[in-house]
Write a protein of this length. Structure first.
Length: 357
């Protein structure tokens, strides 16, 4: 979990990296700012984080890959997948130079490919894609025809422009490559609650009673924040209704319950990160290694001003609710915790829960 040794020497070295993150520094897959924790603890957090992003939080193709692109919809995507948010975006920022305005080279899209480590980073994400397919046993050949028939143009090794269809590159062996089999310790890192469920239920009941005594101006009871949205300059905790909280066992197996943070409006030229927790009763105990952690939102700037476009964050929460013994509750408490100063200028329209096959 460190920068590979090959990329610390010429010709693969780039002096536009964060020198404090050179080996033996262990990378932080949930990076938002530097911390002083011990390497062993960072490794533990990384393993728990990978479990969340690839296993429990990505049980459907859309959750892992992001929203579908459809012909005639102008190429607009309403939300990224778990692996793109992190570790993809977070590792870009972690590697980039802390002496540059946007942590260039790796920390911003316009300059990322100047650093040779950009390429193994993306190759490793492709490997994670292969791992995810094996974990969840998806037959991608039966996926949406619009996706299978999508095509891209590339220059081949002879500098000739070639057209490649998604359906032709689902099997890496056809590309004459295969990934080395390695241990995946994060597959067994299913987290546990930070607080026993009985204590959590008592605390949430007290919270609800206390909230009802507050004036309307002091409380946020609606999970929809209105036309102006809700500013994320500090933590937000809201109660979100579940329309299908009495689902049968078969329904739970066929559908993933998904928390949607919708209408996220960020400054396009800023690095933005916030974390999402469910039924959190103590904000001093927050970590990806606990069941309450539902996921994270990460936006990386492109390096130039572009028109702001709202996006959504979709998080699979069926396993989270099960681990928190909240899968039979008619509502849950969701807490959004800002992790970057840029969240001050971030607006959110609301939260809702839906089911996804």
């Amino acid at each position: 979990m460190t920068l590979p040794g090959w990329y610390m020497n010429d010709p693969f070295f780039d002096d536009q990296r964060d020198f404090s993150h050179f080996p033996p520094k262990v990378c932080d897959l949930n990076f938002h700012e530097d911390n002083d924790i011990e390497p062993e603890e960072q490794i533990h957090l990384n393993l728990a984080f990978m479990y969340k992003q690839v296993v429990s939080g990505a049980k459907t193709p859309e959750l892992f890959m992001g929203c579908p692109y459809k012909a005639g919809e102008g190429g607009v995507c309403d939300g990224p997948g778990t692996v793109e948010v992190a570790p993809h975006n977070t590792m870009h920022k972690w590697v980039g130079s802390n002496s540059q305005p946007a942590r260039e080279d790796m920390g911003v899209f316009y300059s990322a490919a100047r650093d040779p480590v950009f390429y193994p980073h993306h190759a490793n994400l492709d490997r994670v894609w292969e791992v995810w397919r094996g974990v969840h046993k998806f037959d991608l050949h039966n996926m949406d025809p619009d996706w299978l028939n999508s095509s891209f143009y590339f220059y081949d090794e002879n500098s000739q422009l070639v057209r490649i269809y998604v359906r032709d590159v689902l099997n890496t062996t056809k590309l004459r490559s295969v990934y080395e089999e390695v241990d995946l310790p994060w597959l067994n890192m299913r987290p546990k609650p930070s607080v026993p469920s009985k204590m959590t239920k008592q605390a949430l009941k007290l919270r609800e009673n206390k909230t009802m005594l507050q004036s309307p101006r002091e409380r946020i009871l609606s999970a929809e924040f209105g036309s102006g949205g809700q500013n994320l300059d500090s933590s937000i905790t809201v109660k979100v209704h579940r329309s299908k909280y009495n689902r049968r066992k078969q329904e739970k197996e066929e559908e993933e319950e998904v928390l949607v943070v919708h209408g996220i409006d960020v400054q396009s030229d800023e690095y933005v990160k916030f974390d999402v927790y469910i039924n959190l009763v103590d904000e001093s105990i927050v970590s990806p290694s606990f069941s309450e952690f539902a996921g994270t939102f990460v936006h990386i700037p492109h390096g130039k001003r572009v028109a702001n476009r709202k996006t959504n964050l979709k998080l699979g929460i069926s396993e989270v609710l099960e681990d928190l013994e909240a899968d039979s509750d008619d509502s849950i408490w969701v807490t959004l915790i800002p992790r970057t100063k840029s969240c001050t200028y971030t607006l959110i329209d609301g939260l809702q829960i839906e089911c996804m096959r």
